[in-house]
Design a protein around this ligand. Structure first.
Ligand code: DGL
Length: 273
């Protein structure tokens, strides 16, 4: 069990921000990642579709014999985490709890912002999670669907994108907002522009980094952490074309030790009862 990989899933490249944090923290662990690029974005899809697609990704990871699953997508976490937990007999964690816990700890003004996909914002999952820990906190959420597309197209460092980020966040920040959760795993790639627009005094929470602590805790609790170096190459699967995915992954992870493979959607299909 200890030598098996950790499985991560996302609708596309976003979960690589979580993958990076996990490999930085746990360099001995081997990783299998799947990004459903072909059906990305999930954030504009119905709850039913998000559940169906996520369960397919989960089964794919189970077929790779993973020892734990990280739902490295806020949209999928919001709608499927409890369902996935019931489906499999290995530990499963999402990215929303770690991010909202950190926000509650960090905010002193008690005004917290959440930037996420339409579906995550509509689910109210972040509000629920934050208010469940401290009901005096005021949460303001904003859906930024354009951001996902920008990151997937690998144009997230351009001047045009800087303008889009500025425009999208124009009237988002309230006077006292001191903490903002990047509630979509694609958004950390836009951190420089988001930080510049919101101001240096605002703490940006990247749930990837926090999730990696949670991964470590869970591995220890279940006594399944890798004891020796297992990881040499990271296995990455995408339902879209390999090239863009590989470029983004190499830039973000700063390594060429990646095995990026494209798989067809048919390979993910689950038998219907
Ligand atoms: N990266 C995903 C998230 O964290 C979703 C992006 C999308 O597919 O809309 O929500």
């Amino acid at each position: 069990m200890m030598n098996k990989p950790i499985g991560l899933l996302d609708s596309g490249v976003g979960g690589l921000t979580v993958l990076k944090a996990v490999t930085d923290r746990l360099p001995n662990e081997s990783i299998v990642y799947i990004g459903d690029t072909k059906r990305c974005p999930y954030g504009n899809r119905s709850k039913e579709e998000i559940i169906e697609y996520t369960l397919e990704l989960v089964q794919f990871l189970m077929d790779q014999h993973v020892k734990m699953i990280v739902v490295a997508c806020n949209t999928a976490t919001a709608h499927t985490l409890e369902i996935v937990k019931k489906k499999v007999d290995i530990p499963v964690i999402g990215v929303i709890e770690p991010g909202s816990e950190a926000a509650v700890r960090l905010t002193t003004s008690k005004e917290v912002g959440v930037l996420a996909t339409v579906s995550t914002v509509d689910s109210g999952f972040y509000e629920k999670s934050i208010l469940g820990k401290d009901e005096s906190i005021h949460v303001k959420s904003l859906a930024c669907p354009k951001f996902v597309d920008i990151v997937e197209k690998n144009v997230y460092e351009t001047v045009e994108v800087k303008k889009i980020v500025e425009k999208s966040l124009e009237s988002f920040k309230t006077e006292n907002m001191d903490t903002v959760i990047l509630g979509c795993t694609h958004f950390p790639l836009l951190t420089p522009f988001i930080q510049e627009r919101l101001g240096i005094e605002v703490a940006l929470i990247d749930s990837g980094a926090l999730t990696s602590h949670e991964v470590e805790k869970v591995l220890k609790a279940f006594k399944i952490e890798a004891r020796a170096v297992n990881a040499s190459v990271i296995d990455i699967y995408t339902t879209g074309p390999e090239e863009t995915f590989r470029t983004i992954a190499q830039n973000w992870l700063q390594t060429s030790q990646l095995n990026v493979r494209s798989i067809s959607l048919e390979r993910l299909e689950l038998p219907h009862d």
